[in-house]
Ligand binder design. Structure first.
Ligand SMILES: *[C@@H]1O[C@H](CO)[C@@H](O)[C@H](O)[C@H]1NC(C)=O
Ligand SMILES: *[C@@H]1O[C@H](CO)[C@@H](O)[C@H](O)[C@H]1NC(C)=O
Ligand SMILES: *[C@@H]1O[C@H](CO)[C@@H](O)[C@H](O)[C@H]1NC(C)=O
Ligand SMILES: *[C@@H]1O[C@H](CO)[C@@H](O)[C@H](O)[C@H]1NC(C)=O
Ligand SMILES: [Zn+2]
Length: 438
């Protein structure tokens, strides 16, 4: 830091100021979750046989691990990778079990707290505003994101209109940005949401990046101009506002909403299992304490209901639904709830193929693509399947970087490359929409 070379007396005077600054700059990070993740581990396991998979499911239940990938115990199966976050007090038991059973494993993170603290950049770099205004290369709290939206609504009223589609369980506004050149003519639209799952912070960062790029390149980039002239984009930077806020203040690895349950102490519903499409079937849990809890009934979550209502109302115009998640590096399309190909498969497939190639052309990052069920895992009640079933022909879910090295703790340094490459994929899909599918 700047004051390191200064005489001692001056340094002492600077120090309290600096600490004060740090506190302001790190609203969510000020206590770094009270060091609750110290010595927690993240372990990657690959069961080779059905027996090993069965044994793993049992031990996961006993130890109450935090599953990172896949997201539910029912999706653990032979030959597939599982990444688990195991609290420090239970990690010894898990490791002993793994050695005993000879199940193949690799420790991805020895000390989760240390990774978490390293991931956010140095406080001196972590200014809220970069030289040219807003800093898009840091993760922003919900309050910051909402202030940013209000600011854009005031300063870019020609291209942006901000509105609310309802309130969250805890009473927060569910804000959406309508982006595009306003014209009288009928315009088709693309819906984009980020942050259905609270801990996947790269999602909201991408939504912000998308809006920034649109505003910055509207005049200079013919593709972007065409997109904004011919389409509207409805962008919801943070879908699960309560959960996202909670992941900043209390639990970095919170996934669900924050709704209460009458019979259990556990809170929250998986907002990507709560949609009325094969609701609460395979890949979803009926238990309120599980991370993939489907909720008491479809659209029980006010956030899901608000978005579903909006999409129902505007489905005639909305041609594409894009949802941003992490992590896996995949571009997924329906179906998620069953192994089957959709009608018009080849149109969607070729859009995905081109998008993934465009993404890869930037830094060589490889994405897998395909129907969600066979590419990732089967999950029922997802927003993507619901949007598709409700008449939106192009529906995709992105699983952004990485493939497990940092997992949900993707460092801020990687926001820019991740968003830059993803931008190309989204533009490619969008331009595909503007053409007639062959
Ligand atoms: C570890 O901590 C969790 C949460 O505090 C607790 O539920 C669990 O019983 C503990 N496990 C052991 C082996 O002490
Ligand atoms: C966005 O700006 C418009 C026009 O100035 C205003 O009517 C609207 O209330 C603003 N949206 C929000 C959510 O404040
Ligand atoms: C989409 O990606 C493909 C494959 O990389 C490329 O050939 C095509 O030019 C891209 N189209 C647009 C509009 O970016
Ligand atoms: C398939 O494509 C055709 C022609 O573009 C279109 O009329 C039809 O509605 C599409 N079907 C579905 C299920 O998207
Ligand atoms: Zn997700």
């Amino acid at each position: 830091m700047e004051f390191l070379g200064k005489p001692r007396s001056q340094r002492a005077a600077f120090l309290p100021l600096c600490l004060l600054f740090l506190k302001i700059l790190h609203p969510g990070h000020s206590h770094l979750y009270s060091s609750r993740y110290a010595s927690d581990k993240v372990i990657r396991l690959i069961p080779n046989t059905e027996e090993e998979a069965y044994a793993l499911k049992k031990i996961y239940q006993q130890l109450k691990v935090d599953l990172w990938q896949p997201s539910s115990i029912s999706q653990v199966s032979e030959g597939t990778v599982t990444d688990v976050h195991i609290p420090h007090n239970d990690s010894r038991a898990l490791l002993a079990f793994l050695q005993e059973t000879n199940i193949h494993y690799k420790i991805l993170m020895e000390d989760l707290q240390k990774v978490l603290e390293k991931g956010s950049s140095l406080p001196t770099q972590r200014s809220r505003r970069s030289v040219s205004g807003y800093n898009y290369e840091v993760y922003h709290s919900l309050e910051e994101i909402q202030n940013w939206m209000h600011h854009l609504n005031k300063t870019h009223s020609g291209l942006i209109h901000m509105f609310s589609i309802g309130k969250s369980y805890e009473g927060r506004s569910l804000f959406v940005l309508k982006l595009g050149r306003r014209s009288r003519a009928y315009k088709r639209a693309v819906w984009i949401d980020c942050g259905i799952h609270a801990r996947e912070w790269i999602g909201p960062a991408f939504c912000q990046w998308f809006v920034k790029e649109a505003l910055l390149t509207y005049r200079s980039d013919p593709t972007m101009r065409k997109m904004l002239n011919h389409l509207y984009f409805y962008i919801m930077p943070v879908f699960n506002v309560d959960g996202y806020h909670f992941s900043w203040t209390n639990d970095r690895f919170w996934r669900k909403t924050r709704s209460r349950n009458s019979r259990f102490r556990c809170r929250g519903v998986d907002a990507n299992r709560n949609w009325r499409v094969k609701w609460c079937d395979e890949g979803a849990s009926m238990h309120p304490c599980d991370d993939t809890y489907c909720g008491p009934f479809p659209e029980s979550e006010p956030e899901v209901k608000a978005v579903a209502n909006f999409l129902r109302k505007h489905k005639k115009h909305i041609r594409a639904y894009l949802s941003f998640h992490a992590y896996a590096q995949m571009l997924l399309y329906p179906y998620s709830y069953k192994y089957a190909t959709i009608p018009n498969f080849s149109c969607v497939e070729s859009a995905a193929h081109k998008a993934v190639k465009a993404l890869q052309s930037v830094y060589g990052i490889q994405y897998r693509y395909g129907p969600a069920s066979s590419t990732l895992y089967v999950s029922s009640g997802s927003s993507m399947d619901w949007a598709y079933k409700n008449g939106i022909p192009y529906t995709f879910a992105f699983e952004l970087r990485d493939t497990g090295h940092f997992g949900f703790l993707l460092p801020e340094m990687l926001i820019k490359p991740t968003c830059t490459e993803t931008m190309l994929a989204v533009k490619n899909i969008t331009m595909h929409l503007l053409r007639k599918c062959p």
